[in-house]
Design a protein around this ligand. Structure first.
Ligand SMILES: [Zn+2]
Length: 368
């Protein structure tokens, strides 16, 4: 289960599981080193780790499911993380990558749903539909640039407003003072920077702007290279798992920091380079779309999905705590209520802020 694979689910939520999981284990507080370690949560994790075979990252000796965190439980968490994520901090957070990994593992996508009905695979696109779809992405990219530009314009205006500070008595243009205020309000709606000092607000506005800058660079590359190599070269491709059970529920996926993922010899990194347990041959510098289930999606839906994936793609790599992830649950618009730090590290916030910036109307979730 590759935790650096980021999937956007069809209901508008997100998962960083591969394959996307059915509702699985959940904890209220973090478990492990420095965690809250609520006894029920600890038991949940101990039992979940015991379900993983030792060869697959589970504990060598089964843990006692006793609700107490000791060195054996922490060692088991670390072993699992090292095996599945390529790093270990000994702690499992309620919506962190480790619990997603455990859920991806404990509920195989091909397992029949409760009630016994076997799942049906999503529709599969024909070769012709794939080609048309990739052209459609190419045609959407200039509009994606427009969305990004409008997001950046709002960030610039909001930044100007913050820099201007409160109106002074000698302000020569008091009626112009509030220009940028509503743009800051929109930024706050998605990124929750409201209570911070002006200095912090400016830093956060700047950080978001840089993410959009990098998105623009990726789009520019694509637009410039398309006449030579055709749409979809490199960055946007049909998902090889299209039409199979493995493609149930997600609408796109990509890799943390995949944009700049290169092997030491300069060639693109492949999913196999990161101990990916599924397909080993997926280019990390690519955003994949299971075309069969996207044929009926609207342009706005596709644009938001493109920007969402680009946020993962241009952000830092999997090992950076600053990477842009999916800190949301699958079915709820949690990205509107998460805290400020989380929002700045959530792909959906970048997608929806740009959507509302460009469309200039309140956006329904998931977007249509
Ligand atoms: Zn995502």
């Amino acid at each position: 289960m590759a935790q650096h694979v980021l999937m956007k689910l069809s209901n508008g939520g997100c998962s960083c599981c591969d394959p996307p999981s059915a509702p699985g284990i959940a904890i209220d507080g973090s478990v492990g080193r420095g965690g809250r370690n609520l006894p029920n949560d600890v038991r949940t994790i101990q039992a979940a780790l015991n379900n993983v075979s030792s060869a697959d990252g589970g504990p060598t000796l089964k843990l006692a499911v006793d609700g107490f965190v000791g060195p054996l439980t922490i060692a088991a968490i670390e072993k699992y993380q090292t095996r599945k994520l390529g790093w270990a901090d000994g702690r499992i957070d309620p919506d962190g990558p480790t619990i997603h990994a455990l859920n991806g593992q404990s509920s195989g996508v091909a397992a029949p749903a409760k009630g016994g009905a076997a799942p049906t695979p999503p529709p599969k696109a024909t070769a012709e539909q794939n080609a048309k779809f990739v052209e459609r992405i190419g045609a959407l990219l200039p509009r994606a640039r427009h969305w990004i530009s409008m997001a950046q314009l709002n960030i610039d205006m909001a930044s100007d407003f913050v820099r201007r500070g409160p109106p002074g008595r000698s302000d020569p243009f008091p009626s112009l003072h509030d220009i940028g205020k509503s743009q800051l309000g929109l930024f706050d709606k998605y990124f929750h920077t409201g209570k911070h000092s002006n200095e912090t607000k400016l830093q956060q506005l700047h950080k978001a702007k840089r993410i959009y800058d990098s998105m623009n660079t990726v789009i520019t590359h694509s637009l410039l290279e398309a006449p030579m190599f055709g749409w979809g070269v490199g960055y946007f491709q049909p998902d090889p798992a299209d039409g199979t059970l493995a493609a149930l529920n997600y609408v796109a996926y990509t890799f943390y920091g995949g944009w700049q993922a290169r092997r030491p010899d300069g060639r693109p990194r492949l999913s196999g380079d990161d101990n990916y347990k599924g397909r080993k041959d997926l280019r990390e510098d690519t955003i994949f779309f299971p075309v069969g289930q996207l044929l009926t999606k609207t342009d706005n839906y596709m644009l938001e999905t493109i920007l969402h994936e680009l946020a993962h793609f241009v952000g830092p790599g999997v090992k950076s705590p600053d990477r842009i992830g999916d800190h949301t649950y699958d079915t709820k618009a949690d990205f509107l209520t998460v805290n400020n730090w989380t929002a700045l590290h959530t792909a959906e916030c970048y997608g929806y802020f740009a959507a509302e910036s460009a469309l200039r109307s309140t956006i329904t979730i998931p977007i249509h």
